[in-house]
Ligand binder design. Structure first.
Ligand SMILES: [Zn+2]
Length: 480
């Protein structure tokens, strides 16, 4: 079974797979906890909530798949180690139809992943219909070409999810015990937003929706008061669609060159007694966060947002790159919380030669930058699908699966998970589960490429990028 249950006790006897199942709520169990008792007469399923019960059913389905001739009698007591077990899909770099997203969600639910981090805005596209700011989907969802991955197309590209489609996806997630965590990346990665509403940049100049990959200079103005009014109204609009507790506000890769040249931003720094542009970013994140917190939400940011040292400890930080100057550690020592998703153990847009299935499984959820409180600071893990290099559903699926399943097991079992070999053996037996969902999984021989194959894959991946974009991004990164 995957993820492997916390405690399994085998008993005497065999039960028919057609054996009656009795479901019951047990208030003494935790929300995500469930018990299964299989005897020859019946299968008893107990859950601490609707979610716990549905996890029990998922496990039972896997058992039926593994033991189609007869279920061994057993008792399972199970609950997750981490409460936040997330999967991420970037729908900004390339747009994917709602049906593809639903397919991925259903597959993730089979492995008890419980948060869907939905990247709906970036330089290259805004992806949700907005009632209050319609230019976002009218202008911000369409770009004049596609220059990723050595592809050079000048054709119009784009798409957005209607509010009805978003509601359907949120409802499907709710049914499966998954919370949708939308992400509007701010203050950087905002070319699509500024293409629609340039007045919220520092210079009010024309911006086009991005057609290339990388890190760009465009940024929301941190000095103009109207920027914050816009953000708050935009968040109100989105909170109508996304009822979950967590809300991701980005904060990664935000070069400060426009802020440095902007009188509004400099005035803001003076008034707020901010000593650096990183602190100005901290101010922006804190202002947006306090608005979300006042609406009952828990904000999440990427780890660059802690660089100023002034981020509110109530904001959850998603660790994806190494800490800088102990800032992440300092944030967590103040009581902050973290989601662990280091690139080399979590990013599934990279080839298996870079991030193998074993690498995914060996994610260290206790890295040094977590500080004195160690794992008490960690609420969970995330596996990610960025889509600069991914244009179709089949490619998305083979990059994500089975790597997402490894991440699911890490999040469920925590640091004391079974050895990798056991995970892989179990995965082999569960391959029909992917077939059932029509998921195009990577072939087993591709899961952990040998060094030569890995080197070739990495070289091909690097060669697929335009050198001028890599250079420009490297330059921009110096100013983050
Ligand atoms: Zn400005």
């Amino acid at each position: 079974m995957l993820p492997y249950p916390k405690k399994v006790t085998y008993l005497e006897g065999i039960a028919s797979p057609a054996c009656p199942v009795e479901e019951t709520m047990n208030a003494s169990l935790e929300t995500e906890e469930y018990h299964i008792h299989i005897s020859p007469e019946k299968i008893l399923l107990e859950g601490g909530s609707k979610t716990g019960l549905s996890y029990g059913k998922t496990t039972l389905e896997q058992l039926k798949l593994l033991y189609s001739q007869g279920l061994p009698c057993m008792e399972i007591q199970d609950k997750p180690f981490y409460p936040y077990r997330s999967f991420h899909i970037d729908c900004a770099r390339h747009f994917f139809p709602a049906e593809q997203i639903k397919k991925m969600i259903r597959m993730c639910a089979e492995f008890k992943l419980n948060h869907f981090h939905w990247h709906i805005s970036d330089d290259q596209g805004w992806r949700v219909e907005s009632l209050r700011f319609p230019r976002l989907h009218e202008i911000g969802s369409v770009r004049e070409g596609d220059h990723f991955d050595k592809c050079s197309s000048e054709e119009l590209q784009g798409g957005y999810y209607t509010r009805r489609e978003v509601k359907e996806i949120v409802a499907l997630c709710e049914e499966l015990g998954i919370e949708v965590v939308p992400e509007v990346d701010m203050p950087g990665h905002v070319m699509a937003i500024l293409a629609a509403y340039p007045q919220y940049g520092c210079e009010n100049r024309e911006v086009k929706v991005g057609t290339r990959s990388g890190i760009f200079q465009e940024i929301l103005c941190a000095g103009k008061e109207e920027t914050f009014t816009f953000i708050e109204e935009l968040l109100d609009d989105l909170m109508e669609l996304f009822p979950g507790r967590y809300f991701h506000i980005g904060g990664d890769e935000a070069p400060k060159s426009h802020w440095k040249a902007c009188p509004h931003c400099r005035k803001r720094m003076e008034e707020e007694h901010l000593e650096s542009f990183q602190q100005l970013q901290g101010y922006v994140e804190n202002r947006i966060s306090s608005y979300l917190i006042s609406r009952g939400k828990i904000p999440v940011v990427w780890n660059e947002a802690v660089y100023g040292g002034n981020l509110d400890p109530a904001v959850v930080v998603q660790l994806w790159i190494d800490d800088r100057d102990g800032m992440m550690k300092a944030h967590l020592d103040k009581g902050g919380k973290a989601v662990v998703s280091n690139v080399m153990n979590s990013y599934c847009d990279y080839p298996y030669g870079s991030v193998s299935l074993r690498n995914m499984y060996e994610l260290n959820t206790r890295p040094a930058e977590l500080g004195e409180r160690g794992e008490d600071s960690v609420i969970g893990t995330e596996c990610l699908m960025w889509t600069e290099h991914v244009r179709d559903g089949a490619r998305m699926e083979e990059l994500c699966w089975p790597r997402f399943a490894a991440s699911a097991q890490v999040g469920w079992c925590g640091p004391d998970r079974p050895p990798y070999e056991e995970f892989e053996q179990c995965l082999m037996k569960l391959l029909p589960l992917f077939e059932r969902h029509g998921i195009h999984i990577m072939e087993p021989e591709g899961w952990n490429p040998d060094p030569e194959t890995a080197a070739a894959q990495i070289a091909a991946f690097n060669a697929s990028m335009f050198p001028e974009d890599v250079e420009a991004s490297g330059k921009a990164a110096e100013d983050i």
